[in-house]
Design a protein. Structure first.
Length: 457
C-alpha cells in the first residue's frame, strides 16, 4: 500500500494554487524492461498502476510515455506479452500509441534509439527525463537485461551510443535509474555529455521502485519546480517508502553531471598514485586498504551479488595515509558532484554518493571484467592501475607472504597482460579522461554478459 501520509504532505507543500502560476512541461520517457521483476512479482505493473493513480490530464504539465517489453508475461491486461508496445499515460488509462514494434531486444542500442526518437518527437517543449526501469548490474553489467534475448543488456558503451544517436544533440534534464547498482563514477561519466543530472542507487533498489504517483503529483501541482529539487524529493520519497516497507540497505544519489568531469580527472590522478605505490612494492598496502570496504551488492545477506563496486569517498578514507593529496582531491570532486543523497540508516555511512570498480573479489568468478573495464575506460590512468593491480598479484604474495583472494588470480593476469611493466617501458602521463575513446571502441564489446544476471532473484 502506497504512502497516504506522504501524498498529503506533498499536497500541502505544493497546493493547487500553484497551477495558476507559471506553467512548464515535463516529459518522462520510461524504458520499461520488465524481466522477472514483472513476471514473478508484478513490480512493473504495480508501478504502472501508480502512474495511473496520478490521474495525469491530457495536454497537462506532465507527459508520460512508456515502452514495455523484456518479459514473458505481463500482469497488466492492457499490455501484450511477447512483444514491445508504446503507451501514453492519460488519466487513469494506458493509451496504446504504437503496437507495430514486434518483438524487440531491449538490451540493444537500436531499440533504445528508436524509443528516444519516438518519445522526443511527441514530447512538448520543456523538461525531459529518461527513466531506465529494469535490473541494473552496475558499470560492468549495464542495465535492462532482456530475458527474451538471453538476458542481453545495455552495456555502458551501448548506452553511450544510444544516447548520442537517439538524442541528436539534445541534452536530457535527467536520467533516473530505477535499477540497482547504477550510481557509479563510470555511469556518470558516460551520461555526462547527454544529461544534466543522474539519479541512481549505489546499492540494490527496492523491487517496487520509485514512487511514481507521488513524483508525478509533485509536478502536477508545481510544474515550475526546478529539476534538482524534484530529484531531491524523489530521493526523499524513495527512502521514506523503503523504510515504511522495511526494505533494508536502500540509498539514492543525485549527481550534477556538469561537475562529474572533475571526478574523472581526480580518479586518474589517484590511479597514477596507486600505480606509483605498486612500483615501490606497496601493492599489499593497497590490497589491505581495499579489503576494508564492503562492495555494493553484498550488504544484504539475501542478495550477496559480487560487484567489486566500492564507495569512492570511503575508498579515499582508506587510502588517505598512503595518498593524502590524491584522495583529498577526489573526495572534494565527489562531494561537489553529489548534490544530494539519502539512505536508510543501515547503509548510510557506507553509501556516500558514488561507487567505482576496484577489483578484488570478482576477477576469479568473472575474469572478463578486467578486459571489459580496460575497453570501457580507454587509456585512463585509473584503468591502467586496474590492469597493473591484477598483473602484480603474484608480487603481492611474494612481498607480503600471505595468501589472499588477489593471489588466486595472478596467473590469469600475468598471461592476459604480457606487455612490459610500467617501470620497463614508461607510458606518457597524458590522460584526457576515462571515456575519451568511447566512439572508437563501441564495437569492441560483445552484447551478452551472462555473469551477474544469472544470479539475480
Amino acid at each position: 500500500m502506497k504512502k497516504i501520509l506522504l501524498s498529503l504532505l506533498i499536497l500541502c507543500l505544493f497546493p493547487f494554487s500553484a497551477l495558476s502560476g507559471q506553467q512548464e512541461s515535463t516529459t518522462f520517457l520510461i524504458y520499461m524492461c520488465g524481466t522477472d521483476l514483472e513476471e514473478n512479482n508484478s513490480f512493473a505493473s504495480l508501478d504502472l498502476q501508480e502512474m495511473l493513480r496520478a490521474n495525469l490530464p491530457k495536454n497537462g504539465p506532465v507527459t508520460v510515455l512508456v515502452e514495455t517489453g523484456g518479459v514473458k508475461e505481463w500482469h497488466t491486461r492492457a499490455i501484450a506479452s511477447g512483444r514491445n508496445q508504446r503507451f501514453q499515460v492519460v488519466g487513469q488509462e494506458l493509451v496504446l500509441a504504437d503496437d507495430s514494434l514486434g518483438k524487440k531486444n531491449m538490451g540493444r542500442t537500436e531499440t533504445l534509439i528508436s524509443f528516444l526518437e519516438w518519445g522526443l518527437a511527441r514530447a512538448p517543449r520543456g523538461r525531459v527525463i529518461l527513466v531506465l526501469w529494469s535490473h541494473g548490474g552496475g558499470p560492468m553489467e549495464g542495465v535492462c537485461p532482456d530475458p527474451l534475448f538471453s538476458d542481453d543488456s545495455l552495456t555502458l558503451l551501448e548506452l553511450n551510443r544510444a544516447l548520442k544517436t537517439g538524442l541528436k544533440g539534445k541534452k536530457l534534464d535527467a536520467v533516473m535509474m530505477d535499477a540497482c547498482l547504477m550510481a557509479s563514477s563510470e555511469v556518470a561519466a558516460v551520461l555526462s555529455p547527454y544529461a544534466r543530472y543522474m539519479a541512481a542507487s549505489q546499492e540494490m533498489m527496492p523491487g517496487i521502485g520509485l514512487p511514481y504517483e507521488q513524483l508525478f503529483t509533485v509536478l502536477l501541482h508545481d510544474p515550475a519546480l526546478d529539476t534538482q529539487s524534484f530529484l531531491q524529493l524523489a530521493a526523499d520519497a524513495l527512502i521514506t517508502q523503503a523504510q515504511e516497507q522495511h526494505f533494508s540497505y536502500s540509498t539514492f544519489s543525485i549527481v550534477d553531471l556538469e561537475k562529474a568531469e572533475k571526478i574523472t580527472v581526480a580518479l586518474n590522478a589517484l590511479g597514477e598514485g596507486m600505480t606509483a605505490l605498486m612500483e615501490k612494492g606497496e601493492s599489499g598496502a593497497l590490497k589491505k586498504a581495499r579489503a576494508q570496504l564492503t562492495s555494493f551488492g553484498s550488504f544484504d545477506p539475501a542478495d550477496q551479488e559480487n560487484t567489486d563496486l566500492a564507495d569512492i569517498r570511503n575508498l579515499c578514507d582508506a587510502l588517505e595515509k598512503l595518498l593524502p593529496d590524491e584522495t583529498r582531491a577526489l573526495k572534494a570532486a565527489v562531494t561537489e558532484s553529489v548534490v544530494y543523497r539519502r539512505s536508510t540508516p543501515d547503509i548510510d555511512v557506507h553509501a556516500r554518493g558514488l561507487s567505482v570498480f576496484f577489483p578484488l573479489n570478482t576477477t576469479k568468478e568473472y575474469p572478463d571484467y578486467i578486459t571489459q573495464y580496460a575497453h570501457l575506460a580507454g587509456s585512463g590512468a585509473y584503468a591502467d592501475f586496474v590492469h597493473a593491480f591484477g598483473a602484480a598479484a603474484d608480487e603481492v604474495e611474494e612481498d607480503h607472504a600471505g595468501p589472499g583472494l588477489i593471489d588466486s588470480i595472478a596467473s590469469f593476469f600475468s598471461g592476459l597482460f604480457a606487455s612490459p611493466a610500467p617501470t620497463q617501458q614508461p607510458r606518457e602521463k597524458a590522460y584526457p579522461g576515462l571515456w575519451n575513446d568511447l566512439d572508437q571502441i563501441n564495437d569492441v564489446i560483445v552484447d551478452s554478459y551472462p555473469g551477474l544476471w544469472l544470479d539475480l532473484p
